[in-house]
Design a protein around this ligand. Structure first.
Ligand code: UDP
Ligand code: MG
Length: 280
């Protein structure tokens, strides 16, 4: 069986069209399938749509969060409940073209455990989004120890064995785009053209995007901490040299403001030590 997981936060205008499209595409394959929507604390009619779809289609299910927990948490909940041998996650706004699923399933049948996707040609995406996203991935690549490619969103297929590993994580600051490449397994990349969001506006506010970026950087890199240690050692060394200089001035020059050297040296030295300890 194949499971499709769709996080939805105020997506009432999209989910029916998406669900019908998926049903059409998946019923042409020889797999049985289920579609699991995760209502991430929506305040619009998303839940009404989901109840309708669940009544109309036997294989459509939904989970409903008690509040908005975020996109990554919604995918994780979907993975926890999915019963498929292959699990596909995709956005609810039709930016991830459902027809790509056919190619994903082909690659899975060839033996790949993860089939992830990369967005090419993003004319339809706002300048700001493109800029912030490329800044984020550049920063992440420089800072992290895991190769995370630009334009790889949470539109991917994972095999049940990858899902069983993800189910074990209890990380409340989940960052699947880092976790899944880090896990290894046989991975295959497909490229696709992103579509325009079908209805509604983006649900990734600037603050959500920043929180997401910080989770990615702090979750997959110890480079900021190594940098703290390095900076701490450097500052402590400078403080030491400065202390020597202050003592020399004190000994050979009468015009010294009293107390200045000792205050400067202790501030610098303690600051350096603090950075080192913080890094450790
Ligand atoms: N989403 C979610 N919870 C949130 C924010 C977004 O479940 O707090 C879902 C949203 O409904 C959509 C997917 O995550 O299915 C991607 O969000 P969106 O399309 O708004 O992001 P963008 O494409 O603008 O990056
Ligand atoms: Mg979108």
């Amino acid at each position: 069986m194949v499971s499709v997981i769709i996080p939805a936060y105020n997506e009432s205008g999209n989910i029916r069209i998406l669900c019908e499209g998926l049903n059409e595409i998946l019923s042409k394959t020889h797999y049985s399938f289920e579609i699991i929507f995760v209502d991430d604390g929506s305040s619009d009619d998303t839940i009404v749509e989901l109840v309708n779809l669940h009544e109309r289609f036997d294989n459509v299910h939904y989970l409903r969060f008690s509040r908005n927990f975020g996109h990554q948490a919604a995918i994780k909940a979907g993975i926890d409940y999915a019963r498929g041998n292959a699990i596909i996650s995709m956005d609810a706004d039709l930016q991830h073209p459902p027809h790509l699923i056919t190619s994903m399933l082909e690659k899975w049948a060839e033996g790949y455990d993860v089939v992830y996707t990369q967005r090419i040609n993003d004319d339809d995406i706002s300048k700001f989004k493109r800029f912030s996203s490329s800044l984020f991935y550049t920063l992440l690549r420089k800072m992290s120890d895991v190769p995370i490619e630009e334009g790889t969103a949470d539109f991917r297929l994972i095999d049940a064995k990858v899902a069983s590993v993800i189910r074990q994580t209890k990380d409340p600051f989940l960052f699947l785009r880092g976790l899944i490449p880090w896990l290894g397994f046989k991975q295959y990349k497909l490229s696709y053209q992103a579509e325009k969001r079908f209805s509604g506006v983006t649900k990734y506010s600037l603050s959500k995007m920043l929180a997401f970026a910080i989770n990615g950087i702090t979750g997959f890199s110890i480079k900021p901490l190594r940098f703290a240690i390095f900076l701490g050692i450097l500052i402590s060394l400078l403080a030491f040299v400065y202390a020597l200089y202050a003592v020399l001035i004190y000994l050979f020059n009468d015009h010294v403001i009293s107390g200045w050297a000792s205050v400067m040296v202790s501030i610098l030295f303690i600051g350096g030590i603090q950075l080192v300890i913080l890094g450790i």
